[in-house]
Design a protein around this ligand. Structure first.
Ligand SMILES: *[C@@H]1O[C@H](CO)[C@@H](O)[C@H](O)[C@H]1NC(C)=O
Ligand SMILES: *[C@@H]1O[C@H](CO)[C@@H](O)[C@H](O)[C@H]1NC(C)=O
Length: 962
């Protein structure tokens, strides 16, 4: 699934956080699922009948630990091929009103350990009894003695198994075929085989589609649903005439060969697909729709983009089609491997919970992640599309290889995604932007005591899902920044050799270090230790260091950086010492880059004369923060005020981010951090501004209900006014679009901040645009990049008339990115009754899609007026929300985080604790940890406010005096 950083793009920051968090989770979803499953209590469960009636054929287990009580499959059977036929009905059953699918499945598996029990995953499927009276039939495959008779069959709901007990043992090394016929519901629950709905010319259309990851393939057909249980899949889809069926493999025949049949009086087509390569169940996909598509070919590979017909007709797939070829080509060169499939299908779905999913040969996307229309989409929408496509294709390039290879590369894909996007759009500076979108975010998580080392022991990292966890967002940034230092070119080349050589073997990541070591030895440039030892300090302990440089003594030291210095951390085998590459930007240090190996053993000769400064971590390539002695901080602040261009823009952004985070960790004063924003009156670059605004968001959360807000707004108004004027001139009074990608982002910052701090010219400008649109809805005069911020400002300043107009436009929007901007902006109104009405809409899927419910509530909560309303709303409705939306479609942790992030008073803490108590019986599902964290965060916020409020208030007052 789509990874992390790229979801955070300018104008849709909050969308980004919501989706981003969800997507990060999916990278490690498999591991998380397993660890959650392991954590569940192993209470015994009684099998139930798959046909819907009680069938006590499997003896009810005593308080026991039967194989079907366990969440992991026993290792006795290994699947080889599945032959699955599915028939989704896109019209509801006239009697039950349910949308359903019917299916048959034949799985051939090999017995690798004698057993009298067959366990295969099955969830929410109803089985048709076979002639033998059981839920399945079993035959021998490929000769050999007849299969043992089935003694009993049943379903275990809790652990999601179809259980068959046999009269005799299966024979080791013998193959068997298990056949089933079943029915499932095509629900609108965004998981397994599910349905998505949309309107086209006033007609309701249904799409049958899938999301199998992490463990929902078992909701579509009975299968050994664990990633290591790879098999070849032969898929057939039965579907109504005039619809199109897609799956992982190419439709067989020239383009499509179908057989006509009649089922239930309806004439249907049968589409079969080329068998897949041997792969995991979570990469499967089946889709039936009447979508349109566009296509091209690249050296024999068919590239197709599918979407709603109206979207295809409006050319919204063209951008995706135009970047896919170059990105595929780039990866072919990068990995020195040809794309392993004959086709690359990408499809945009109206209902899709994540950002994207890398199903083998058929990648599924949210519409906003694939469809682009220059008339509606901003540059950040465009960047998101290029990045996500690049990320998903990076996965594709690996899929032909074994799971080890692929898993290793799941995290790796997060990195190469930037390379692919950079290749497709070289002018954007995508790699620089990762400092903001990736490094800063990863820092935030990895600076908590609750972060994780990548592993405690190298031997522990053997299983694929652990390797993929190893290469999650945190680890990749760490490993990459250190590898870069070791040698970018060498490491890349070695990585390729390594991946090719070990593609099919059973290897662990440590082999990679050995190969890097060989390259280092050959290069003749020694390192301060073996690659293995250097990398272990990053991989086998959590967190990262803050490097402190004392320019008076030349002493350079490191210590574990923790946002909360009081927190207790576990002991580390490396004693929280890292082997750190340090690069300088210097005035008169004689030393080139150095390696720091111990906590305090490095002294660098530096004679810094007064007025000169030293800066470390040039271009933020290293994974650490930097602190300085006060004299050097003063010199750096002077340099920013007098000649900020002397410091590269990435480092200006980094200085601000480091300062604010060092202040949170009580390494420096909050006032020193605030002082890094004083020079912004001269700054026009995006990266430093974005870094400052991101960090000041916390100040808004803490103070926007207090007397600090007034002076803080006055200060920021003063800081942002020159930026607003800069863009007014640059865009010739807002008539042209700034040429640079990052300038376009910063224009959004300029307008957003100038309007929200009350600059009159800004408010007049924005309201003028919006009024002109309301007067003539057919012509939207607002430039797409500016729409999110302009809509929000205008709706905040307006009342019901503006809100209702925007709502109407939301319902009519012909492209998802436009709907998305309006949906976020509708939460900006200051009218409590409008916000409450909007909250009600979120639980009505005909108004707000289920996939969007959580993020809409979070948008409302991010508005200072909406926050208490959203809190009341979720408290009031918790059991309803939990029962109705308890499945995959509602992210309870995002919800709890979003609604409670302002909490900073004793009263709010009590409310939160009460909420936890009141709903213990209902539960918090995926939000359980978030509730605990919210309580911790509220306490930390209370502390921070008591320590900082008075001085911050005074500083803002002093710094806005004329
Ligand atoms: C499966 O059986 C249960 C119990 O009879 C029933 O409630 C449910 O609707 C059935 N599902 C389908 C898809 O037919
Ligand atoms: C790319 O692959 C080809 C064929 O497998 C091989 O001969 C060549 O050396 C590889 N190139 C690199 C840079 O590894």
């Amino acid at each position: 699934m789509g990874a992390k950083g790229f979801f955070i793009s300018k104008a849709v920051g909050v969308v980004g956080i919501v989706l981003g968090a969800g997507a990060v989770a999916t990278i490690i979803a498999l591991s998380v699922v397993y660890s959650q499953e392991k954590a569940k209590t192993d209470a015994p469960v009684a099998p139930t009948d798959g046909t819907g009636t009680t069938l006590p054929t499997v003896p009810t287990p005593a308080p026991s630990n039967e194989p079907w009580d366990k969440y992991r499959l026993p290792e006795s059977l290994v699947p080889e091929t599945y032959t699955v036929t599915l028939h989704p009905r896109l019209i509801p059953d006239p009697i039950t009103k349910l949308y359903i699918f019917t299916g048959t499945s034949h799985v051939v598996f090999k017995c690798v350990k004698e057993t009298q029990l067959i366990l295969i995953h099955s969830n929410k499927l109803n089985y048709t009894k076979a002639l033998n009276g059981f839920l399945a039939t079993l035959t021998t495959e490929g000769g050999g003695a007849p299969a043992p008779a089935i003694k009993s069959s049943g379903l275990v709901e809790k652990t999601q198994y179809l259980v068959l007990q046999l009269s005799d043992s299966l024979v080791k090394d013998q193959k068997y075929k298990l056949s089933t016929t079943f029915t499932g519901e095509l629900a609108d629950d965004l998981g397994g085989f599910y349905r998505s709905e949309y309107l086209e010319n006033g007609v309701k259309k249904i799409v049958a589609t899938t999301q199998m990851q992490p463990t929902d393939a078992r909701k579509a057909f009975p299968c050994f649903d664990e990633p290591a249980m790879k098999a070849i899949f032969h898929i057939t889809l039965v579907h109504a005439h005039g619809t199109r069926a897609l799956s992982n493999g190419m439709e067989t025949g020239e383009l499509i060969r179908t057989t006509d049949q009649t089922i239930d009086g309806m004439s249907v087509q049968v589409t079969t697909f080329e068998p897949t390569k041997k792969m995991s169940t979570y990469l499967l996909a089946f889709i039936v729709s009447d979508f349109g598509f566009i296509q091209t070919t690249l050296e024999g590979v068919l590239i197709r983009i599918f979407a709603r017909k109206a979207a295809i007709d409006a050319n919204q797939g063209e951008y995706a089609l135009s970047v896919t070829g170059p990105i595929l080509k780039f990866f072919e060169n990068y990995y020195n491997a040809t794309y392993p499939l004959p086709k690359s299908d990408q499809i945009a779905l109206p209902d899709f919970n994540a950002g994207a999913m890398e199903n083998w040969g058929l990648i599924t996307y949210r519409e906003t992640a694939l469809l682009y229309d220059a008339k509606y989409s901003s540059n950040s929408n465009k960047e998101r599309i290029a990045s996500i496509i690049s990320h998903e294709l990076a996965h594709m390039a690996f899929v032909k290889k074994s799971y080890h290879y692929m898993a290793l590369c799941v995290g790796f894909a997060s990195y190469v995604e930037y390379l692919g996007a950079d290749h497709a759009e070289p002018s954007w500076g995508v790699k620089d932007l990762t400092v903001l979108s990736d490094i800063h975010r990863v820092f935030a998580v990895d600076a908590l005591a609750s972060s994780h080392p990548l592993s405690s022991k190298a031997e522990d990292i053997q299983r694929p899902e652990q390797i993929s966890e190893l290469f999650d967002a945190i680890s990749y940034s760490k490993v990459q920044s250190t590898l870069t230092k070791i040698n970018n070119k060498v490491s890349l080349c070695i990585l390729q050799t390594y991946l090719n050589k070990f593609a099919y073997g059973n290897t662990v990541y440590t082999d990679l270090w050995d190969h890097l070591q060989m390259a280092v030895d050959e290069s003749g440039k020694p390192l301060p230790g073996r690659v293995h030892d250097i990398m272990n300090t990053w991989v086998l302990q959590m967190g990262f260091p803050v490097i402190t440089i004392d320019t008076a003594t030349g002493l350079v030291t490191q210590k574990h950086f923790l946002l909360d210095p009081e927190s207790n951390v576990e002991a580390s085998p490396y004693n929280y010492e890292w082997i750190v590459p340090i690069t300088w930007m210097k005035t008169n240090i004689n030393q080139p880059s150095i390696w720091l190996t111990k906590k305090s053993d490095t002294r660098v000769e530096m004679k810094v004369i007064s007025g000169q400064w030293v800066l470390a971590n040039l271009d933020t390539v290293g994974y650490y923060r930097v602190n300085y002695d006060m004299a050097n901080w003063e010199s750096l602040l002077n340099a920013l005020t007098s000649n900020h261009q002397d410091i590269p823009k990435i480092n200006r952004a980094q200085l601000i981010d480091d300062a604010f985070n060092l202040a949170r960790a009580k390494e420096i004063s909050t006032i020193l951090a605030l002082r890094t924003t004083q020079y912004l009156t001269k700054e026009t670059e995006y990266m430093p501004w974005e870094s400052a605004l991101d960090n000041l968001d916390f100040f808004y959360l803490m103070f926007d209900r207090s007397e600090v807000l007034g002076p803080m707004q006055a200060y920021l108004l003063k800081q942002v006014t020159p930026l607003f004027d800069h863009f007014r001139i640059l865009t010739v009074d807002w008539t042209i679009i700034p040429p640079g990608h990052m300038d376009q982002y910063n224009q959004v910052n300029a307008i957003g901040k100038a309007c929200s701090t009350g600059l009159p010219q800004c408010q007049t400008l924005v309201q003028g645009w919006f009024t002109s649109w309301m007067d003539n809805p057919a012509v939207n005069p607002i430039e797409p990049n500016l729409r999110s911020t302009v809509y929000c400002s205008a709706i905040a300043a307006g009342g019901a008339k503006e809100w209702d107009f925007a709502w109407d436009q939301f319902l009519k929007a012909s492209i998802a990115t436009e709907a998305e901007k309006l949906r976020a902006a509708l939460a900006c109104t200051k009218e409590p009754w409008l916000l409450n009405r909007y909250l009600e809409y979120t639980l009505n899927p005909s108004l707000i899609r289920k996939q969007d419910a959580t993020s809409t509530i979070v948008y409302i909560a991010s508005n200072v007026v909406g926050q208490p309303l959203a809190w009341d709303f979720i408290r009031d409705r918790w059991s309803y929300i939990f029962n109705q939306y308890g499945g995959g479609s509602f992210s309870f942790s995002n919800l709890i985080n979003g609604v409670t992030e302002r909490f900073s008073s004793k009263f709010e803490l009590q409310q939160l604790e009460q909420f936890k108590k009141d709903n213990e019986a209902v539960g918090f599902g995926s939000g359980t940890l978030a509730v605990e964290q919210a309580i911790e965060r509220t306490k930390a916020n209370m502390m921070w406010i008591s320590e900082n409020k008075q001085q911050v208030l005074k500083w803002f007052v002093d710094n806005t005096l004329p």
